[in-house]
Design a binder for this molecule. Structure first.
Ligand code: ADP
Length: 391
């Protein structure tokens, strides 16, 4: 490329209104210079008096935001200019400009430029017009940027406020949930201390105290487990889902026997492994099985099936119990959602089980669904991505 005529043409495009002769003079007082990539042409905060017009190549404009953050503002290319403030007053550079490709620039120094401006006022007008147009463009960009940031800040603030509210509600609920069994246990312990009781009465009271203490231990364990699942990324390993379910069935077999519920475990052959945290997954499946037993009536069946489908490994736990009324289905996975009464039956519970299960399943990038018919039963379906699915 012949630099001089090209520079004249670029200047006339960059500053509409400049004549051919004025552009020639501008090039004549300047110097066309090539730079390799990675050269800093303007240094933020330095007092420099050179103005640059890019004839070829690309530069990056960056600005220091905090001590350790350098924000990329924009890229400039052919016909763009920078460093204009250096010609107008002695302000320090507002940003750093670095070449990011081989670049050719026309450099104009303040002293030459001042002399030229005194000779031709039409050129200075054309240049000032263009400089101010680009400055106002930058202002608009900065305002838009600020608007976006303000929006981000507002939603971050809202999220924090919601979290704070949830945290307070959480503490109030826990305090309440702990107070009930503790107060009951204290009342019964006082009866033991201050009343003459026979052996049967003593045994009954001790059993009630033990039940209440057990309830507190379960609540604390559930809360700790939920916190752990939420806060810690567990170490994942290849896991055999059938083994986990066999373990869950075993751990709940005496409960099932007591309630006279028959559990059938049906696993298709060659179920692929999943990438998972065995303890958390077993806990999630045990919870579903525990619910299936709890919400079933004596003599009924719970069927667990494990299959491999197009979505991954699919576990379904189907009971023939009370079912879930349609209007509460959207809430059953919420923390502390518990339905005390279904028909004539009363059910104990703290409403943390399904919240734990859902949290664990989602941590494994899976999903949980429920199908239910009131009075006929419920089926909970957990789908986990297969190991080969690239978890
Ligand atoms: P909890 O059982 O302590 O109440 P969960 O989080 O395990 O807490 O369950 C939330 C609610 O979902 C229960 O109160 C119950 O109404 C409903 N639910 C869960 N599993 C079943 C099921 N297998 N059959 C009927 N209802 C169920």
């Amino acid at each position: 490329m012949n630099s001089i005529p090209a520079a004249v043409q670029i200047i006339r495009q960059a500053f509409p209104g400049i004549s051919q002769a004025e552009a020639n003079e501008l090039v004549a007082i300047g110097e066309v210079k090539p730079y390799a990539p990675g050269v800093i042409l303007c240094k933020e905060n330095a007092i420099e008096e050179t103005f640059f017009i890019i004839l070829e190549g690309e530069v990056a404009v960056t600005k220091i935001i905090n001590a350790d953050e350098n924000r990329a503002l924009k890229h400039l290319g052919e016909g763009d200019f920078f460093g204009e403030m250096g010609l107008i007053h002695n302000a320090p550079r507002a940003a750093t400009v670095e070449t990011i490709s081989p670049v050719r620039v026309l450099e104009i120094h303040k002293t030459g430029f001042d002399r030229l401006l005194q000779k031709t006022s039409s050129m200075s007008l054309a240049m000032v017009r263009e400089v101010s147009r680009r400055l106002s463009e930058n202002d608009e960009m900065a305002i838009e940027d600020l608007r976006l940031k303000a929006g981000e800040l507002a939603s971050a603030y809202q999220r924090l406020a919601q979290e704070e509210l949830a945290r307070r509600e959480f503490l109030t609920t826990i305090a309440h949930e702990l107070r009930t069994p503790l107060t009951t246990a204290r009342g019964f312990l006082e009866m033991l201390r201050f009343h003459e009781l026979d052996t049967t009465q003593r045994d009954e009271i001790l059993l009630t105290v033990a039940r209440n203490v057990e309830q507190i231990v379960t609540l604390v364990n559930d809360i700790l487990f939920l916190q752990e699942v939420e806060l810690l990324e567990p170490e994942m390993h290849p896991v055999d889902v059938s083994e986990l379910l066999t373990g869950a069935v075993k751990s709940l077999s005496s409960e099932a026997q007591k309630a006279n519920i028959h559990i059938h475990l049906k696993a298709a052959s060659a179920i692929p492994q999943v990438m998972g945290h065995a303890r958390s997954l077993q806990r999630a499946f045990s919870q579903l099985l525990d619910n299936a037993i709890k919400y079933s009536s004596a003599g009924s069946e719970v069927v667990i099936s494990i299959e491999s489908g197009s979505d991954g490994v699919c576990v379904s736990i189907a009971d023939q119990g009370v079912g879930i009324p349609e209007h509460i289905r959207p809430y059953i996975f919420d923390r502390y959602f518990h339905l005390e009464e279904v028909g004539d039956n009363l059910y104990g519970g703290l409403g943390l089980g399904l919240a734990i299960t859902k949290q664990v399943v989602e941590q494994h990038k899976g999903r949980i669904e429920v199908e239910s018919q009131e009075g006929k039963g419920s089926t909970f379906i957990v789908i986990l991505p297969e190991l080969s699915g690239g978890l």
